[in-house]
Every structure is written in C-alpha cells, then in structure tokens.
Design a protein around this ligand. Structure first.
Ligand code: CTP
Ligand code: MG
Length: 228
C-alpha cells in the first residue's frame, strides 16, 4: 500500500536535557532521526518523506540527510510551536489524496511489517494508530489522592505511526485550527471530527526517546536486534 509520511522533528528535546535537539544524539554512532528516516527510506511503499524542522536546525538536517544518503525527503518544512503546528505545516505540503502517516522522529524502532499492517487497516478504515496494551495500573489522581482506578483492560498506550486518508487528516487539522483545539496526537483531532480511529496492536520496542534513561533502553533494543 503506497503512502507518504510526515515526520515531526521540530521539537527542542527539553526533557532529554542534551542542550540540543535530542534527534541529533547518536545511538551506535548514528543520529536518532537518521535511524527513523532510514526505515522509510528502505520501504518501497513509502513515496515521500515530509520533515518538519526548526529553522535553527536546518543546516544540520540538510547536512546529515545528504551524508546518510536519504533520498526520499520531499520537503523540509518549518515546524511550529506545538507538535500539532509542525504536523499541520508539513501536511499542507503533501499532495495526492492517498494514505499519509505521521511518525515521530523520536521513535527510531518502528519496523516495516507493522507499518504495512497499519496501512492495510487504514485502507479500509481511513484512520488507524499503532498502540499497545497498558502494563501498569493507571489511577486518576487529584491533589495526591486517588480518585479512581481505571479498568486496565480498556487502556491502550498510543504510539506513532498514525495513518490517515490525507483528506480526512486535513479536515481534522483545519477544524482544530478553527476551534483553537490542541490535541496531544493527530488521532485525537480525527476523533473530534468525529470519525472513528482503529487500533493496530504494535510492540513495546517502539519507544519514544524522551528522557535520558531512554537512551539506555535504545541501546539495548539495538543490541537485541543485532543479535536476532
Ligand atoms: N515536535 C515537533 N514540533 C514541536 C514539538 C515537537 O515537530 N513543536 C516533534 C519532536 O521533534 C518529536 C515529536 O514531535 O520528534 C514528539 O515530541 P516530543 O517527544 O515531545 O519531542 P520534543 O518536543 O522535542 O521534546 P520535549 O517535549 O521534551 O521538549
Ligand atoms: Mg514535546
């Protein structure tokens, strides 16, 4: 199933505390965002990558994309204040009403079988996301007091990629813009239309590099894969 992918990479990586965009940090000597882009670079079904970046990082992105021979980047789009702004800016550059994926640059461990499972489901449902069942018990808390324990069997942790029919995602972002709504992911804007969003079960390896200890997990995941 042919698709194009939007990769938001315009954040600052504040929680990583590296003093620079965390996407330039290296795992096994390769920058995080290059690991992510490489997955799509090698996927024949991926017909174009739209990368949202911070203008201050442009030269470094351009340099590394060339260095690692990434050929599918169709546009380096200036991102915005929120992740949602960055995705929307890139979304406006995507042509052809096919399937568009949105995938965080900070999730380098996504694999092709899962991407293909997701696009297949999206072909039927127009909107689908990768998710895993929550392992912890989740409680709602207010002022350090438990308000409620939420039934775990109905809880899923939502990851990226998230995949949509392009026209549907455009409609969702336009509506959110008009209403001043900020969602924490793209699916929440589609839900708000309203339009149903399907779940495709992923795996626990697909972590988002957010805080410093995630770098240790990342190295462990890479090592595991190299031994497989
Ligand atoms: N992102 C973006 N534009 C923003 C904010 C985030 O494109 N205005 C991107 C990040 O670069 C990242 C993805 O969205 O690839 C997920 O965001 P997150 O993990 O929160 O990264 P940062 O915002 O960079 O990190 P932090 O929140 O700790 O500052
Ligand atoms: Mg952020």
């Amino acid at each position: 199933m042919a698709y194009q992918v939007i990769i938001p990479a315009a954040g600052q990586g504040k929680r990583m505390g590296a003093g620079k965009n965390k996407l330039f940090l290296e795992i096994n000597n390769i920058p995080v965002f290059i690991l992510t882009l490489s997955v799509f670079e090698k996927d024949e079904q991926c017909h174009g990558i739209f990368l949202a970046i911070h203008p201050d990082d442009r030269r470094q992105f351009e340099f590394l994309i060339q260095k690692y021979h990434i050929t599918k980047v169709r546009a380096l789009v200036e991102g915005g204040k929120e992740r949602q702004d960055s995705v929307y800016a890139a979304l406006k550059q995507v042509k052809d009403d096919g399937i568009v994926l949105v995938h965080d640059a900070a999730r380098p461990f996504i694999d092709l079988p899962l991407i293909h499972k997701l696009t297949k489901v999206t072909e039927m449902t127009d909107a689908a996301v990768i998710a895993v069942p929550v392992k912890d018990t989740i409680k709602k808390v207010l002022n350090n007091r438990v308000i409620e324990t939420i039934e775990r069997s109905s809880l899923w942790a939502i990851q990226t990629p998230q995949a949509f029919r392009l026209s549907l995602l455009l409609r969702a972002h336009l509506k959110a813009e008009q209403e001043g709504m900020i969602g924490t992911d793209d699916a929440s804007l589609v839900e708000h239309l309203p339009h149903p969003v399907a779940i495709v079960e992923g795996n626990y390896d697909n972590i988002k590099l957010t805080t410093p200890e995630d770098l240790f997990f990342a190295e462990a995941i890479l090592k595991k894969r190299q031994n497989e």
